[in-house]
Design a protein around this ligand. Sequence first.
Ligand code: TRP
Length: 360
Amino acid sequence: MKKIILTGDRPTGRLHLGHYVGSIKRRVELQNTDAFDEIYIMIADSQALTDNFDNPQKIRDNVIEVALDYLACGIDPKKANIFIQSTVDALTELTFYYMNLVTLSRLQRNPTVKNEIKMRGFEKSIPVGFLNYPISQAADITAFEATCVPVGDDQLPMLEQTREIVRSFNNIYGETLVEPEAYVGENEISRRLPGIDGKAKMSKSLGNCIYLADDEETIRKKVMQMYTDPNHINISDPGRVEGNVVFTYLDVFATDADFAKYLPEFKNLVDLKAHYEQGGVGDVTIKKFLNNVLQDVLRPIREKRKEYSQNIELVYDILEEGSKKAQVKANETLAKVKEAMQIDYFNGDKFKNEIKAKYE
Ligand code: TRP
């Protein structure tokens, strides 16, 4: 069986550091293993419209921003097809057929959807399209016969729902669809990078993000604002490392080489933490260090983003090319699905011969 990756993001804003460590970085690593036969990275505009249907301009604007972020992070269009969801008609058709296989109560039980309904104030009245999006996500995944879906943990319920749809479809109509596996990274903190306020996961709606496209000064300001330990007032006071966002980020990003380069008074993070807890290390010291570390991570991404943005017609071509390839693949799966469901009337002479045998 072919090894195929399908994953994607809703284009509701630019991508941030949480997206990067939570999923994009891993996608690039997977891409570069060359262990996959096909890779599809989808800009999920149709799904983004399920709760932004009244703001199509926002989605349209962000399609190109997300494409730039992908390319900037190292998604390689020679290895991965980057495509726009709404250009692949077969996905909506598949969704329609899968809807027969899922009950309303099953959709309402999906924990991610439940949480999103609450956050969007949809409790009283849920648009059908929104409630339905896990089914459309099953169409996205199965259309590409994905075996591997690299996502953040909030997407695990979608994968579970997809696997149920696959099993149910194959049970009723015969072995047709491929059951996907989710792929989440093993690093807990990377998967849930907190925002700069330390309150929750980094999230656009909470305004606590460092964006991949942020310039050097913006990044510096955001690091300087970061939540640390509110009781660490004087440098000589003992400080807390747990719940201190600067240390959470250092856990994710700082290497021993960074210490040698920017903070040689300390051997490594264990050493720095010990001194911070003892007292004697100021927040400005740790923030300056984190700023240096993050600038090194984000500078190459920002520069690559700028190069692509100065060659925007190339990005357009990449999206068009990727979308065309995605259409071909999804149409092949749709044909298999329709054949399995016996709704392939004009595909060859099978139906013609059947009715002739019956009535001639
Ligand atoms: N739900 C994903 C998000 O909110 C986007 C998405 C749509 C997706 N279809 C997908 C992710 C299929 C993985 C596989 O970011």
